[in-house]
Design a protein around this ligand. Sequence first.
Ligand code: PLP
Length: 348
Amino acid sequence: MCCLGHSHPVMTKALTAQSKTLVQCGPQSCNLPQLQLAELLVKISCCNRVSFSNSGAEANEGAIKLARRYGKLKLNGAFEVITALNSFHGRTLAMTAATGQPHYQEAYQPLPAGFKNVPFNNIEAIKAATTKDTCAIMLEPVQGEGGVNIPDPGYLKAVRQWCDEKGILLILDEVQTGIGRIGTMFGYQQFGIEPDIITLAKGLGGGIPIGAFIAKESCAVFQPGDHGSTYGSNPLMCATALAVMEYVIKNDIPGQAQKAGVYLSAGLDKLKQKYAFITEIRIRGLLAAIELNKDIASSIKMTCIENGLMVNDVKPNAVRIMPPLNISNKEIDEALGILDKVFAGVKA
Ligand SMILES: Cc1ncc(COP(=O)(O)O)c(C=O)c1O
């Protein structure tokens, strides 16, 4: 989420400056930083309309509401959204239903209706789940929280084609993959397709709470008052995200992430060769997972943190690495050194 590392000066400067002028002005009016940030997102993406939120989950909620509105107006009331198993879309009730991981869902049943979770990277499963009630398919281009699962090259193209055939919407949740994380500004750019709706958060603000869903004109069916948020487009967050985004573009941070990812990948491959309990390295840009042959990710995570390296146990047997996008090779070497030390301590 802190795409430029903690408290990057570009971020703190914009945050401080904006806090001295206008912090909040309510959703009835718009403000200059909001318009400038929206304009920039339209310029760099395949979308034409922008709605801001405070988080990734809220961005996804907005996207689903837009898809349902579209379903009501254009698809005879279709309301259902197909999502993938192992996905992660946030922690609101509806996004818990969208998230295809039973362990996030079990404690909160009954969940809101209207979501079907099908196997990822399987176009036939999507086809089989599509009915006259389906208004959209929502996927992460690369599943992050589910263990860094990278689909086959043709998968998203096939999904796009299916959506076109059925007249339904393709929503890409780029909360994690967006803003350079996998080596291009948006993940979709690596798969030869354009979605109808994209959701963003995390990298967008460089660590401050902001999200957005952005949509193509063809499906932007909201009318004024259909959706909104008190703080969703507040000038404090928008001005800060604008400064972050301008820096990300000017310094080709996605390109830097791509190069750093190649370097990290080579280092992780060496660790895999050294430690037999590492079964797979999955990496795209600077989104990486180390899969292990036993459920020790939680203790690996804790030992890494004790040694000064933040990683995440996204699966009982998989550790995720998601460094800042401007990380240097020297810092990557330092991280690989800590991983090596931690892995050396694992009892066979
Ligand atoms: C792909 C994806 N979507 C949505 C979310 C939820 O974002 P937030 O925690 O900002 O609500 C996350 C958070 O990890 C995510 O990875």
